[in-house]
Design a protein. Structure first.
Length: 97
């Protein structure tokens, strides 16, 4: 009789304990998964904020560069017009001689 009980226990006990262990650790696994997902989300939010700050900085630098380029273009236009005036003056003086 004991041998039959022992055989049944060795046959039934491992699956039953596996199911009990699975049920007991299920909550823990879900919690750990949620914590890992939350950490990933937090990391992505932080990285997104850094990228946004870099984007704003690049846009500001771009605006400054465009303004500087416009100032240089204006100075070049003024210089070109002065050069053209000087050439006309030189041409007039050359023709007057």
């Amino acid at each position: 009789m004991e041998e039959t009980i022992y055989k049944w226990l060795t046959f039934i006990l491992p699956p039953v304990t596996s199911v009990i262990t699975w049920v007991a650790t299920r909550y823990s696994r879900k919690t750990q998964t949620l914590e890992m997902m939350q950490k990933s989300i937090d990391m992505l939010v932080q990285k997104n904020a850094q990228l946004y700050e870099e984007l704003v900085q690049v846009r500001n630098e771009n605006a400054e560069l465009k303004a500087g380029q416009q100032r240089l273009q204006n100075a070049l236009d003024i210089s070109n017009s002065k050069i053209a005036d000087l050439k006309r003056t030189i041409d007039r003086k050359g023709k007057a001689k």
